[in-house]
Design a protein around this ligand. Structure first.
Ligand code: PLP
Length: 405
């Protein structure tokens, strides 16, 4: 039998590009699903599965023949119309349906924005600490990612490091900063818009979970405050419906809408129109808003359960974030060492304790745990909360003993 010459044999180990290696490095933190505290996961146990399946079945049965072809519409027109009404009314976004491009989630929207608007080496201001998904898109595109510190009012442009490349893009989560949970007041939003104009930069507003607000009024979008030409608004159905849906959207400045629509069709291809039709109907009938209202009430209860479970630790000095909004709390820790210790114990117990330091690109200014409370059943949240409380109290007792002896 003829043997392939050694020189033609497959290489022993796959060789990846520099961009691929950068991406692989970012994959290390993809975690298995654990029982409690996975950040960003909605309450799938509360999702109206039967109603949803009925809706999906009907829309797949009624699928129109033209939907079988390649599409270049930037998404199903009925979905863009329903979304436009929803965003205008509930997020004070100023748009027309033609400005919307449907994507497979916020992540694909980041990819599209990066692809169309940046070249390698361009500067991007990124919230520090900030969202890993956006960091990954920017880093793997070889952009000069500049971490801009977040304070009590969100990204603080006055703290942007000197001597770094000017921003082409500025990424923010103004409604509910991820992961710190702070909301950006209007004055800071205006300052950010001013900075963007000074640098001729574009702002990416990631409005991922603004629907979940508990005891504060909703803040209108940054996009609605601006003259719109500078803000690209990104939304996702991952929190308000479910992440496996892989559906999100971009609201673009008028002048960019056609370009993005065509680029989406060229680069990612669009499709899944029966699924988009189901989402459109869910929104248009008001079921979507009712679902959000129900989830808001249930997530609030889950947050209360977690707070109750952690109450003895809070009494002993554990600091928790405000929890006015969102789907997670941040518990502050004393040191990165403590964070590492607790995270490892969490892994053993199959509880996701996400270290706050992981959200920093530079040296972490704070240590803590990001505790998602929306995604697990009440009893699991209570049990895992009590477990974490005992763990933290034992840590404090051990460190006090260490200090005394
Ligand atoms: C800040 C932020 N943006 C966006 C998303 C959603 O991303 P996707 O739509 O890709 O699921 C998340 C999910 O965790 C998030 O935390």
């Amino acid at each position: 039998v003829a043997r392939m010459p050694a020189a033609l044999a497959a290489p022993a180990a796959p060789r990846y590009s520099a961009r691929g290696e950068a991406l692989l490095e970012r994959c290390a933190t993809l975690s298995d699903h654990c029982e409690a505290f996975a950040p960003g996961l909605p309450g799938l146990d509360l999702f109206p599965h039967t109603q949803w399946q009925r809706l999906l079945r009907r829309h797949y049965r009624q699928a129109e023949r033209p939907w079988l072809a390649y599409q270049t519409q930037g998404g199903l027109p009925a979905l863009k119309e329903a979304l436009c009404d929803y965003l205008t009314l509930s997020r004070a976004v100023r748009c027309r349906p033609a400005q919307i491009v449907i994507t497979q989630g916020a992540q694909q929207a980041f990819e599209l924005v990066t692809h169309l608007l940046t070249d390698p080496g361009d500067g991007v201001w990124m919230e520090e600490p900030g969202y890993g998904g956006a960091q990954t898109s920017f880093l793997t595109a070889n952009l000069a990612v500049v971490p801009v510190p977040v304070d009590d009012e969100g990204m603080n442009p006055a703290l942007a490091p000197q001597g770094t490349p000017p921003p082409r893009l500025i990424y923010v989560t103004p409604s509910h900063q991820y992961p710190s949970g702070v909301t950006m007041p209007v004055a800071r939003r205006l300052a950010l818009l001013e900075q963007a104009a000074a640098h001729d930069a574009l702002i990416i507003e990631d409005d991922y979970d603004s629907e979940f607000r508990y005891d504060i009024p909703p803040t209108p979008s940054l996009q609605g405050l601006s003259d719109q030409a500078r803000v690209l608004y990104i939304g996702t159905f991952s929190k308000v419906l479910y992440p496996g849906l892989r559906m999100g959207y971009l609201v673009l400045p008028e002048a960019m809408a056609d370009t993005f629509r065509l680029a989406q069709a060229r680069l990612h291809r669009e499709g899944h129109y029966p699924l988009q039709a189901a989402v459109a109907e869910f929104i248009a009938t008001g079921d979507f808003s009712r679902h959000i209202a129900r989830m808001r009430a249930r997530y609030r209860q889950r947050q209360t359960l977690l707070r109750q479970a952690l109450a003895p630790a809070v009494k002993a000095g554990l600091r928790l974030s405000s929890g006015h909004a969102g789907m997670h709390l941040v518990a502050e820790l004393e040191s990165i060492e403590q964070e590492t210790r607790l995270t490892a114990l969490g892994r053993q117990a199959r509880v996701t304790l996400s270290p706050l330091s992981r959200y920093y690109l530079g040296t972490p200014a704070r240590a803590g745990l990001v505790l998602g409370y929306a995604g697990a059943p009440d009893e699991t949240i209570r049990r895992a909360g009590q477990w974490l409380c005992s763990l933290w109290l034992a840590e404090v007792a051990a460190s006090n003993e260490g200090r005394l002896s």
